[in-house]
Design a protein around this ligand. Structure first.
Ligand code: IPM
Ligand code: MN
Length: 326
């Protein structure tokens, strides 16, 4: 069966790393029917298209979406992020943002709730531009949204070291924190074999640096998860290695590196494609190609020995794949 995959290279280094990801997936022997979508900051600057409804409808019929990175310094902040990336996550209800981190001494996965929190866009201005202006930015937390993220974390932990940590800020965010904590404890009661912990997000930042081995699966809200996963990348070999799955299990889901479009290094060959390649492996898991996914992950082992330009690193991963089968 051929998999129907939409490819969005995006901006900056996005197209460069996605090209390597597709090269590696092909070398792993997985056939995909790819459709390329020219979207992102450059497209917006050309004709003001961000994401039209027809494209979104088309995507609902695909098996997966593979994305590089979006965001351009020439476009005001928020237009592409909200109009393309967050619209994808929200409209396709990709409620799980799964970010695994593996490096020597690091083997944990962050489950970031992906459709709510401060990202929901609740809020607005009053008297904007005056000395009395007011800006509010609310945080939306639903029992349904929190519970499905927490359940996913426990189900994942069952397949791993059976430990889940809730990360929040219950000592200050007493309303949202209370909902998260109660939901977490109620779900935990159904998983007697899984042990649990709770960390405030500020303390978690220290543990990420000083004692990451304490973590197996972490579940947290959208904004804490955004920040913690950049830190997770930084402490476990660099952001150039960190992949993401934006999941709605059983439906079209989207796969992208944690890193951004890095316009400062576009065209230099300095972009590390490993995060995009590993995101491709997560996509293969979603497509049921678990064997190829595992081989690709294995070929990305010891990433520090994968030196060179973006395409040289892609070639080296392909060479490692070839060695596996001989
Ligand atoms: C990420 C990114 C996005 C986010 C931006 C580009 C909107 O930082 O995927 O982590 O904040 O979710
Ligand atoms: Mn981020």
């Amino acid at each position: 069966m051929t998999h129907r995959v939409g490819v969005i290279g995006g901006d900056g280094i996005g197209p460069e790393v996605v090209a390597e990801g597709l090269k590696v997936i092909g070398a792993a022997g997985v056939e995909m029917d790819t459709m390329h979508y020219d979207l992102g900051g450059d497209r917006y600057l050309r004709d003001r298209t961000v994401l039209d409804d027809a494209t979104l409808e088309e995507w609902r019929g695909l098996d997966a979406l593979y994305m590089g990175a979006v965001g351009s310094p020439d476009v005001p902040p928020g237009i592409i992020e909200r109009g393309l990336l967050l619209k994808m996550r929200f409209e396709l209800d990709l409620y799980i943002n799964l970010r695994p981190f593996t490096a020597p001494g690091h083997d944990f996965a962050v489950i970031r709730e992906n459709t709510e929190g401060t990202y929901a866009g609740e809020g607005g201005f009053l008297r904007r531009g005056t000395p009395h202006e007011i800006a509010t930015q609310g945080s939306v937390n639903t029992r349904h949204g929190v519970e499905r993220a927490v359940r996913y974390a426990f189900d994942l932990a069952v397949t791993r070291r059976k430990h889940v940590t809730l990360v929040h800020k219950t000592n200050v965010l007493t309303f949202a924190g209370d909902l998260w904590e109660r939901t977490f404890n109620e779900v935990a009661a159904g998983y007697p074999d899984v042990s649990t912990a709770y960390n405030h997000v500020d303390a978690a930042c220290i543990y990420f640096v000083e004692d990451p081995a304490r973590y197996d699966v972490i579940v947290t809200d959208n904004l804490f998860g955004d920040i913690l996963t950049d830190l997770g990348g930084a402490v476990s070999g660099g952001i150039g290695l960190a992949p993401t799955a934006n999941l709605h299990p059983g439906q079209v889901s989207m796969f992208e590196p944690v890193h951004g479009s890095a316009p400062d290094i576009v065209g230099t060959g300095r972009a590390n494609p490993v995060a995009a390649v590993l995101s491709g492996a997560m996509m293969l898991d979603h497509l049921g190609e678990t064997d190829a996914a595992e081989r690709i992950r294995k070929a990305c082992d010891r990433p520090e020995s994968l030196a060179g330009t973006t395409s040289e690193i892609g070639d080296a991963i392909v060479a490692r794949l070839a060695d596996q089968t001989t």
